[in-house]
Design a protein around this ligand. Structure first.
Ligand SMILES: Nc1nc2c(ncn2[C@@H]2O[C@H](COP(=O)(O)OP(=O)(O)OP(=O)(O)O)[C@@H](O)[C@H]2O)c(=O)[nH]1
Ligand SMILES: [Mg+2]
Length: 313
């Protein structure tokens, strides 16, 4: 077994942090590590928290953390910052907000910021979730700002997705357009201390009348993160959703889908790595990039065909 995997299994937190760094750097050693990690995965509840910037995701996670620790549950938090290491702002905010938890051994907090190539950030986040699971956390919480494909990708591996909305912000329309409403297993109306809760609630109810979810109907939960209000209700609904998944075919179906997507993802990654290496080895071919009129479709197609003809090697 990979030495890091072995140490993670023994709940060595430094090994956990090292493993995630390895994953972020897309180190080649990652592949053997991840295979071992898969074999020691446990039964953590994977929860995604998504929503517009400033909706209160970090505040919510912070309060939920406190609540879960009171229930004697151990928790890993992965905060995804798609805006690269340069922004820093959100990250710093999260740090201070979550600071109080840093000394608790039942908690692990990590921000992901990957320069990443194809699907880099999503891949790294998904792998990190697995690593936290292998370590043995009861709950893995993932915070992402609900924009972009890579975040939708991340949400495909979690069991329960909570979508954080705020009254009077107009973010529902944005989120609806981005196709994010559909992935919510739970609507969380945060900042419920502000006016407009009733209106937002009826908008969500109208939405559900239109889409008519089968089996699981996403409940609407109200929270005030700044006052720790609504945490036990929120957790109850999250647990309810998890037991729904275990109880019904939908859970099995979801896991099958997740496995399939994961395999597709990895195939795509592997092919890309191979093709890219081949292209970059061939200086002559790269010359075509000097021609501003080159047809990218044609080039991509012919390079791929050639790679296939050579038996993919
Ligand atoms: N009134 C009110 N303000 C809140 C509540 N929850 C969070 N806030 C405030 O909203 C602001 C943004 O909170 P964050 O937790 O950083 O939001 P976020 O969604 O994590 O933001 P990003 O990570 O930047 O996308 C902060 O100033 C919080 O104090 C709430 O329930 N009520
Ligand atoms: Mg945040």
């Amino acid at each position: 077994m990979h030495p890091l995997a072995e140490r993670i299994q023994k709940q060595d937190m430094r090994a956990l942090a090292r493993a995630i760094t390895l994953i972020e750097n897309e180190d080649d050693a990652k592949l053997s590590l991840m295979s071992d990690i898969f074999s020691i995965q446990k039964q953590a509840h994977y929860i995604g928290i998504t929503g517009s910037p400033g909706a209160g995701k970090s505040s919510l996670i912070n309060r939920l953390l406190t609540y879960l620790r009171q229930q004697d549950l151990t928790v890993a938090v992965i905060a995804v910052d798609p805006t690269s290491p340069f922004s820093g702002g959100a990250l710093l905010g999260d740090r201070t907000r979550m600071n109080q938890h840093f000394l608790d051994p039942g908690i692990f907090i990590r921000s992901m910021a990957t320069r990443g190539s194809l699907g880099g950030l999503a891949r790294a986040t998904k792998d990190s979730i697995r690593v936290c699971d292998a370590y043995g956390f009861d709950v893995v919480l993932v915070e992402t700002v609900g924009v972009g494909q890579s975040e939708l990708d991340i949400m495909k591996v979690v069991d329960t997705t909570g979508l954080v909305l705020t009254p009077n912000s107009g973010d529902v329309l944005q989120i609806f357009k981005a196709g994010i409403m559909e992935i919510a297993d739970l609507f969380i109306i945060n900042k419920a201390d502000l006016p407009g809760v009733g209106k937002l609630k009826s908008t969500l109810e109208e939405f559900m009348m239109i889409v008519q979810p089968k089996g699981w109907e996403p409940p609407i939960v109200q929270t005030v993160s700044t006052e720790s209000k609504g945490m036990s209700d929120l957790w109850a609904k999250m647990e309810e959703h998890q037991s729904f998944l275990y109880r019904t075919d939908q859970g099995v179906e979801k896991r099958k889908q997740q496995l399939k997507l994961e395999v597709y993802d990895l195939i795509r990654e592997e092919i890309w790595r191979e093709v890219k290496t081949k292209i970059e080895e061939d200086d002559q071919k790269l010359e075509v990039f000097r021609n501003p009129d080159a047809d990218p479709y044609q080039l991509a197609h012919s390079w791929f065909q050639e790679w296939m003809r050579k038996g993919g090697g």
